[in-house]
Design a protein around this ligand. Structure first.
Ligand SMILES: Cc1cc2nc3c(=O)[nH]c(=O)nc-3n(C[C@H](O)[C@H](O)[C@H](O)COP(=O)(O)OP(=O)(O)OC[C@H]3O[C@@H](n4cnc5c(N)ncnc54)[C@H](O)[C@@H]3O)c2cc1C
Length: 269
């Protein structure tokens, strides 16, 4: 008699992580009181390519007492001081990546960025995928706080000239305002919230409520503090009549939470 019992399923092959790349700070630019642009470079950036708008990288920072982070082993434990950032500009021809850091106060990433100097070393992993811009859409609404300002800039750069984008940006103070570039026609509102992070999302909510009706075909990108993102997502769906499939939500950080996980899309709300 033949044995008809199903064969045991082969275990899925473990996902191969790209090896971390050692990078050095080659430039530090003070963009505004709370934003530093840090250029990272190094021979190990060979083959690192842009991954589209709002993509992400993981950066590993030194632990207290270290001058340089330990190189993570290929399948070793995750580094404690690893955080998620946006590769704002990637220049493969000169092996450079620019990253804009919000100086929000606490945490290994923010405190490192506040003291960053040329020659300091980090490890970089990624990139991972970001936001698929619907280039056929003519109306876009981008709602973000300062942590997602770099992501918004990469999205704006990708919009076609035929598009119109309304942009609501919540920042710590009016001093954070800067020129934004895009082939599209932009209507940008900067919304200072003050340095109390507990009010995260309130200025965005007020601004959203005062907008003219949102076009039903508009594509919406919403990235900010995680609880605020959920509130704003619900506001868009329940009160402003937006079809939920038109919203891409991202919780970029969470009040009182260290290293908030980076795949928080708010679809549980
Ligand atoms: C896909 C993705 C891309 C991102 N890109 C960028 C980027 O390009 N630039 C950028 O600055 N951030 C970016 N972020 C957000 C960044 O990963 C978080 O802010 C991260 O928590 C910072 O780490 P930390 O070590 O400074 O603070 P943590 O150790 O994670 O947190 C310490 C404390 O700081 C608070 N906190 C964390 N972030 C903020 C903030 N932005 N504002 C106020 N309080 C905060 C936390 O609530 C916590 O109480 C991105 C996040 C994601 C998911």
């Amino acid at each position: 008699m033949t044995n008809t019992a199903p064969l045991p399923e082969a275990a899925p092959a473990p996902r191969k992580r790209r090896p971390p790349r050692r990078v050095e700070v080659s430039r530090v630019e003070v963009l505004s009181p709370a934003m530093r642009r840090i250029t990272l470079t190094g021979a190990e950036l060979e083959g690192f390519a842009p991954a589209g708008p709002a993509s992400y990288i993981k950066l590993i920072f030194p632990e207290p007492g270290q001058t340089e982070p330990t190189r993570p082993l290929p399948d070793g434990p995750r580094a404690v001081s690893m955080r998620t950032y946006t590769p704002l500009a990637v220049r493969p021809e000169v092996l450079e990546v620019d990253v804009d850091f919000v100086l929000h106060g606490e945490g290994p990433a923010s405190t490192w960025a506040a003291q960053a100097a040329v020659g300091q070393v980090l490890f970089l992993m990624g990139p991972g995928p970001g936001y698929a811009v619907d280039t056929a859409a003519t109306q876009h609404l981008l709602i973000a706080d300062d942590s997602a300002l770099p992501a918004v800039e990469t999205i704006l750069a990708d919009l076609p000239a035929s598009a119109q984008a309304r942009v609501l940006l919540e920042v710590i103070s009016a001093g954070e305002q800067r020129a934004l570039n895009s082939p599209a026609t932009l209507d940008v509102r900067w919304l200072p919230r003050g340095s109390d992070h507990r009010s995260a999302g309130q200025a965005l909510e007020q601004a959203l409520r005062s907008l003219p009706p949102i076009a039903p075909e508009a594509r919406i990108y919403l990235a900010c503090e995680a609880a605020a993102m959920r509130r704003l997502r619900q506001l868009l769906i329940d009160e402003l009549g937006v079809e939920r499939s038109r919203i891409v939500g991202r919780g970029y950080w969470k009040l009182d939470a260290v290293n908030h996980p980076d795949h928080d899309y708010g679809e549980d709300s």
